[in-house]
Ligand binder design. Structure first.
Ligand code: GLP
Length: 264
């Protein structure tokens, strides 16, 4: 696993955006051979989205031949609700870039048959040729997408009930009212994420420090689903200084040292 320790959120965002753009450009996608990108919501990727929008406008990267798959979506929250992940993605990213609407995939948390919706999502990923690069954030308990502690590390897209930790953390988007936060969501599984050719995880801020420590220095465990990244061939974590607070000094120095030429 690579760990890139940047000074702050702005550098994490810039580095991540550049990495996404470089990876797409290196792939040289065409209409017949599209690049497949997995994407997250949350405050962690917002800066990266802003940078990618800028790079798209400047002609540095195009999304014309990119297919996206979002990680997750709340269940029973209307699509038009400002906090649905559908609204988040369109309002913060898709409407500003040159991606054709029919190349965007977001789970439908209002589908009549949720199990079928999840199975079809997995099938769509397969049909698209698999995900080249999956970008994600983490929850304060180390979860990726909505794979809460206790999620199988080989899980596929499915319905998950949210943990109290996640409901409390996400209540900030629902006027701090925990009773307004949906209690379940559809989410890609840990296995779905691990199938991607490359996984890039963004981690910022002191409130993620314990989760980052567990994921890097702890054992592989379903109680911190990001730790599954230890088994991935191409796993990258890009984090800021505040998120490294609980790492051992030797771990911190090791990654700072070996990546010193690759930092912003
Ligand atoms: C939710 C999402 C995760 C995201 C996490 C952290 O739980 N399902 O995909 O990583 O929030 O969000 P933030 O980046 O806002 O801290």
């Amino acid at each position: 696993m690579r760990v890139l320790i940047q000074s702050d959120y702005a550098s994490v965002s810039k580095w991540a955006a550049k990495h996404v753009a470089d990876t797409i450009n290196k792939f040289q996608p065409t209409a017949d051979r599209k690049f497949v990108l997995g994407l997250p919501t949350g405050s962690s990727p917002l800066g990266m989205y802003r940078e990618l929008i800028k790079m798209n406008k400047e002609g540095i990267v195009s999304f014309k031949n990119v297919i996206t798959f979002n990680m997750d979506e709340y269940v029973n929250l209307p699509k038009e609700h400002p906090e649905s992940y559908y609204s988040f993605m369109w309002n913060n990213f898709f409407k500003y870039i040159d991606i054709p609407e029919n190349q965007v995939n977001i789970l439908n948390g209002n589908a009549a048959d949720l199990e079928k919706e999840c199975a079809e999502y997995e099938a769509r990923i397969k049909m698209a040729g698999g995900i080249q690069l999956f970008v994600g954030g983490i929850g304060p308990d180390g979860h990726i997408a909505f794979n809460e502690p206790g999620s199988s590390l080989t899980s596929r897209t499915r319905l998950k009930h949210l943990s109290l930790d996640t409901i409390i953390a996400n209540s900030r988007f629902f006027e701090n009212d925990t009773t307004s936060v949906p209690t379940s969501a559809l989410t890609v599984g840990v296995g779905t994420i691990m199938d991607a050719k490359e996984v890039l995880i963004l981690v910022s801020g002191y409130n993620k420090a314990r989760a980052l420590q567990q994921a890097i220095e702890g054992g592989v465990s379903q109680m911190c689903t990001l730790s599954a990244l230890q088994l991935h061939k191409n796993g990258i974590i890009v984090c800021d200084e505040l998120a490294t607070y609980d790492l051992r000094v030797s771990t911190y120095r090791y990654f700072k040292g070996i990546e010193k030429d690759n930092l912003l």
